[in-house]
Write a protein that binds this ligand. Structure first.
Ligand code: AMP
Length: 214
């Protein structure tokens, strides 16, 4: 049995064509069913639905043989014991700094004045501002980060941006792009040794499909 850990939403939607290229069709629709273990047309392949931040943990400890996870989550969670063979080029977005329109971010960065930054991505934000030599006070949030500058909780946020519509709707502006983000395949190293043939087959099909998309 090959177990693949996925999270609902963008990653699940974007991985379906890649799974199909490997001959795998997921038989249940996660939006209609409450099942957390989904069957596929391949009797020896199943899909686990887990939170995005739990995908590395499931794969690391062997609860799943492989998984798909955003680079943002990989950077935040640390990636010991995880083989990351492939950038799948799906669920693409960027991680950026955003502020209220009235906040002079360039001046704050230049003067090195201490900024308060709210984010779910504390490690990424800490590394980014440290690389710029700017001291920031980080506030960890778990969602709705756009509220932080609007309520005076923080001067800036670090968050994922795709179309930019969420920022615009909340009167925030993207002032700096920290990095581009896409989702990666992660594989449990022991599973790769013990179930090499079926895992390689899926990896090779994904790699070919990604190359063809280029
Ligand atoms: P947008 O309005 O298209 O810029 O999307 C921004 C919102 O969607 C933010 O709340 C992000 O946290 C979330 N988001 C954007 N892209 C992704 C992605 N690839 N994976 C997960 N969440 C995302």
């Amino acid at each position: 049995m090959i177990t693949i850990a996925l999270s609902k939403g963008r990653i699940f939607d974007d991985i379906l064509p890649l799974l199909k290229s490997a001959g795998i069709d997921v038989l249940d629709d996660p939006d209609k069913s409450r099942k957390l273990i989904l069957s596929t047309n391949q009797p020896d392949v199943r899909v686990l639905l887990v939170r995005a931040t739990d995908v590395p943990t499931y794969v690391q400890y062997g609860g799943a043989d492989m998984g798909v996870v955003g680079k943002d989550t990989l950077l935040e969670s640390g990636t010991q014991g995880l083989y990351q063979p492939l950038d799948l080029q799906i669920a693409k977005c960027r991680i950026s700094v955003a502020v209220r329109k009235s906040f002079d971010y360039a001046a704050a960065m230049k003067q090195g004045s201490r900024m308060t930054v709210a984010t779910k991505y504390v490690a990424i934000a800490r590394d980014f501002f440290a690389s710029k030599g700017v001291h920031v006070d980080l506030i960890k949030l778990y969602g709705s980060m756009e509220l932080a500058p609007l309520t005076g909780l923080a001067d800036a946020i670090v968050d994922l941006v795709s179309t930019g519509n969420t920022l615009k709707a909340n009167h925030l502006v993207e002032v700096e792009r920290i990095m581009d983000i896409s989702s990666h395949l992660v594989v449990n190293q022991t599973a790769l040794k013990l179930k090499q043939a079926p895992i390689r087959k899926i990896m090779d099909a994904f790699a070919l499909a990604v190359k063809q998309e280029d």
